[in-house]
Design a protein around this ligand. Sequence first.
Ligand SMILES: [Fe+2]
Length: 349
Amino acid sequence: MTSGYEFELAIAARKLIEDILHVNKGDEVLITADSGSDYRAIVATAQAAKLIGAKPLVLWYNMTSGVGMEAEKDLPVRSLRAALKNADVWLEFNKTWLLYSSIYEEVILNNKTKYLILVGMDADMMVRMIGRVDLKLLFEFQKKLANIVSRSKRFELFSSEGTNMTFENDSSRPILIEGEIFGPGDYALVGQVDWAPLEESINGIFVADVSAYPPFELGLLRKPIEIRIENGKIVSIRGGREAMVFKRWLEDLNDPNMYNVAHIAIGCNPNARPSGNILEDERIWGALDWGFGSQAPTFKGKFGLAKSHTDCVMLNTTLRADGATIIENGDFVHEDLKDLAKRIKGTLA
Ligand SMILES: [Fe+2]
């Protein structure tokens, strides 16, 4: 990285602290990081918090062998719990995440902390996915997209690799506009709209062709993983070597809830590209992600927590809702979105 790039990192960190998290002077800002985190991203973020008069604290530990509940056996759980549930802001930069752990659950139930998951975020991604994006336009786009989704009932999903699925929405459940942070709660990085469709209505074949993560051995896929879903549960996994790694990882967790569909997510960050880093891959413009395993309470779905959680992403999405096309071959073509989509792409640095 050149030193010029680091100027941009400072801008990205400032946007993260001020424009996304709305951190206030005096806020206690806790950053968790592990041996998989990018030092530059952590320091820039802590500096940005310091500059506005907040009180940053970095909690650093070694990567764990599992994630979520599985991570806790390797960690100083009592200390982390005590610190995090008292934070005003918690930024999770650690690569082996605490999301869906009992620590996370307690922090969310305590309803005092703005929690933002940034697992795998590095300096390069911060510059591209936050620093160089017009956040105002992107939020506007996400709101319009969420609006289309929330007024739709029946969905059809296809891809060039063979995805062919149907599902329905429960209109009482929230459609999450990621990145919009107001008050305590559980938040994800801007560039995604996600929700939990009606579990028993989710049926068909989903072909993940970009990435699947975890298991840690995966990331960018060489060959697609074909996942058959019936009534919101995985019933079979087919494909090459990577599909077998994925299948075995699920089996080894020995938890039937790992086969549950937890959520769907539509990616819409114009600067995200296939990287093998799930934080980025699931935000690729027009990409579609299904999450399996633990279902965050925020989704207000029927499935609860599981031992872990995994996300699988596909490109070249075609998504229709009640007969109207939202995404066609990875591009947003819906009448309410297409002009804004052009403007967002036009503002990229
Ligand atoms: Fe997920």
